[in-house]
Every structure is written in structure tokens, then in C-alpha cells.
Design a protein around this ligand. Structure first.
Ligand SMILES: Nc1ncnc2c1ncn2[C@@H]1O[C@H](COP(=O)(O)OP(=O)(O)OP(=O)(O)O)[C@@H](O)[C@H]1O
Ligand SMILES: [Mg+2]
Length: 143
């Protein structure tokens, strides 16, 4: 699937729409250069799942967990990982990421997923965000 967005808002909306189809246990790997829009896509996913807190980039903490309060949803939390500073997934294994990856009540979204491919399962859905020659345009490829 290939989608072109023309603003930050549209990328957030795309994240919201994607989240509406999640059933629990999805792992989304985001790939794209600095400022591509990875955090904005996660913001939308968070909104779509009903996360109340503002989602900010977890660059300095590797991983943030956002609990979901909804009683009627199978999905209980959104885990946001930023692998920017990593070369492998070892540090994330050390802080327990793999338990979340295996958990069917968890949605995990990983910025810079290309850096920790070695620990991501085959079922990971990758979203590649690319710049174009227009400043507010992005091409988002999901596979
Ligand atoms: N179509 C678009 N989709 C998303 N962001 C856009 C778009 N057009 C412009 N932008 C701008 O690009 C920037 C994207 O920032 P964002 O933090 O989401 O990127 P990122 O990929 O997470 O960066 P980093 O690698 O630093 O974590 C924002 O300043 C946003 O306003
Ligand atoms: Mg980011």
C-alpha cells in the first residue's frame, strides 16, 4: 500500500485509520530519515487507539508505554520505541521489549526499526516514509 500525504495532519489521520484495524499484537516498524514524520504517524496511531496522553518522541528513554483505559477493547497498551541511538536490538531485549512483542494486548510501534531488524518478528508491518521534492509531502509505503 502506498499513500501520499500533504501535511502533518494527513499523516496523523493516516495513523488514526491504521489503528482502527488493529486487533492486538501488531508490531509496526517505522523507517525514514530525520524529520520524515515517524513520530507524527505514531501520534495518529495513539489517537486512533484512544491514548489520552500526548505522545512525544522517546529518544532519551528508548521505550515508552501508554496504557489504554478502554474496557471494551482487547488492546491494553501502546508501546513506543525509538531505536535511533541503537545498532542492534540488544538493549531493548535487556529492558523487556520482547515480552511486549509477543503480547496480543499490545501494539508496538518502533521508530528507526531498520536498526533493530535482528530482533523483530517476521509479522512486523513496515511503514517507510519518504520525502519528496515538496516540503510538506511524504510518500508512505506500508508492507
Ligand atoms: N506530510 C507530512 N507528514 C508528516 N510530517 C510532516 C509532513 N509535512 C511536513 N511535516 C513536518 O515534518 C516533521 C516530522 O516530524 P516527526 O517528529 O514526525 O519526524 P520523525 O521522523 O519522527 O523525526 P525523528 O527522526 O527526528 O524522530 C514535522 O516538523 C512536521 O510538521
Ligand atoms: Mg521521531
Amino acid at each position: 500500500m502506498k499513500i501520499t500525504t500533504h501535511s502533518e495532519k494527513q499523516t496523523i489521520n493516516l495513523g488514526q485509520k491504521l489503528a482502527q484495524n488493529f486487533e492486538g499484537g501488531e508490531i509496526i516498524g517505522l523507517v525514514g530519515e530525520l524529520g520524515a514524520g515517524k513520530t507524527n504517524l505514531i501520534k495518529g496511531i495513539g489517537q486512533g487507539l484512544g491514548v489520552k496522553q500526548t505522545i512525544t518522541s522517546p529518544t532519551f528513554v528508548l521505550m515508552k508505554v501508554y496504557p489504554l483505559k478502554s474496557l471494551n477493547s482487547k488492546i491494553k497498551r501502546l508501546v513506543h520505541v525509538d531505536a535511533y541511538r541503537l545498532k542492534t536490538g540488544q538493549d531493548l531485549i535487556a529492558i523487556g521489549l520482547q515480552d511486549y512483542l509477543k503480547n496480543s494486548e499490545t501494539i508496538t510501534v518502533i521508530e528507526w526499526a531498520n536498526k533493530i531488524k535482528n530482533i523483530l518478528p517476521k509479522k512486523t508491518i513496515f511503514a517507510k516514509i519518504e520525502f519528496t521534492n515538496k516540503p510538506n509531502q511524504r510518500i508512505i509505503k506500508i508492507e
